[in-house]
Ligand binder design. Structure first.
Ligand SMILES: [Zn+2]
Length: 353
């Protein structure tokens, strides 16, 4: 197997997805977040592996170059990781406000948090066997993790974030050893808690990514296409300038790739300039719409982005995860992403002297 970096570099404008894909209906209820598993025991283990196999196959078949797990082995991008840690009691629940946006009943931090065994490493090793393409694995970022918990032990958001950063780094190093080429941290909370991002958010993220040879990415978005998020987006005004606060910090950080939401959002395209020098995973697929983008629409988004990011640093991608969509729509969007990217690949190749 070739190293990820070299095979990623060989592909011009490598396509990728942010995270989740719909799960097969025999594994979990479709179009539902936090959907309970329909299988148990050994059947569930096998079912998750079969779903991973399908997710990898569909991404390859539809021309996605950097293959992700589609979150087929987890119920939720934050909770499933936390469930595997000690120090968090899932029976003791408190209602907290998530990202200042909606109330949710969340587990309680009752003692020192630690990771006693790997969480996703076996799943990543399984995905590694399914493809020779570069693979990407997503973990929640420290700030987004603390934002979905009630903390009775540390009584400090920052202290708990540093603890989680250490734990995430342990997991990330083992994912890397299992053959993961890109490790992504999901930090939608970076679009909300701007002062904390500056004070310790980026520092804890760098701690989570410390010492990795794998490429590292941070995904910052405006959330899944669920009602609480679309209601919040409606309050953000005609221009969404949240990235203006985090991007200059990330531009100076050790993180290699910045994943952002772009297509159909009110994010001014020129904000991408603020991370000049980093690779940009550009959201060219709207995950809050059932309408499959046309290749030309995607090409148009990529073309406009290329004013602010060098072509050798652009990774065409989705805005966010696609778990809430129907399977046919999500897979259709993968094909469209590749077709739109191919238009730009041809244009750039034709323009070369
Ligand atoms: Zn997202």
């Amino acid at each position: 197997m070739t190293s990820g970096e070299s095979s990623i570099m060989r592909t011009f404008l490598p396509t990728s997805i942010v995270g989740s894909l719909p799960k097969p209906s025999w594994l979990a209820e479709p179009e539902t977040l936090w959907s309970p598993w329909k299988l148990e025991g050994d059947a569930l283990v096998e079912g998750k592996q079969d779903a991973l196999r399908i997710a990898a196959h569909e991404q390859r078949r539809r021309g996605i170059d950097i293959v992700s797990d589609g979150e087929q082995t987890r119920q939720h991008f934050v909770t499933t990781f936390i469930e595997h840690l000690t120090g968090v009691d899932f029976e003791q629940r408190e209602t907290v406000r998530i990202r200042n946006r909606y109330d949710a009943s969340v587990p309680t931090v009752v003692g020192t948090v630690s990771r006693d065994e790997p969480v996703f490493v076996d799943h990543a090793a399984f995905l590694r066997q399914q493809t020779d393409q570069p693979i990407k694995w997503a973990l929640p970022g420290p700030m987004t993790m603390i934002d979905t918990l009630y903390d009775r032990h540390y009584k400090s958001r920052e202290k708990l974030a540093w603890e989680f950063a250490t734990i995430l780094n342990q997991e990330a190093r083992e994912l890397e050893a299992a053959g993961v080429d890109i490790i992504q941290f999901d930090e939608p909370a970076f679009n909300v808690f701007h002062d904390e991002v500056q004070d310790w958010g980026v520092a804890t993220l760098e701690r989570a990514a410390e010492g990795l040879r794998a490429e590292t990415a941070v995904h910052i978005c405006y959330g899944y296409g669920i009602k609480a998020n679309t209601d919040w987006k409606a309050t953000l005004g005609p221009q969404w300038r949240q990235y203006e606060r985090s991007f200059p910090l990330l531009q100076r950080s050790t993180i290699d790739i910045v994943s952002l939401e772009c297509h159909h959002s009110h994010v001014p395209m020129d904000l991408i300039e603020l991370v000049r020098g980093k690779k940009v995973m550009l959201g060219a697929i709207d995950v809050a719409s059932e309408t499959i983008e046309t290749p030309e629409e995607i090409a148009d988004t990529l073309r406009r982005a290329l004013q602010f990011v060098d072509a050798d640093k652009l990774v065409p991608s989705t805005n966010c995860g696609m778990a809430p969509l129907s399977r046919s729509v999500a897979l259709g969007k993968l094909s469209a992403l590749r077709a739109g990217t191919d238009i730009i690949r041809e244009e750039l190749t034709a323009a070369k002297p």
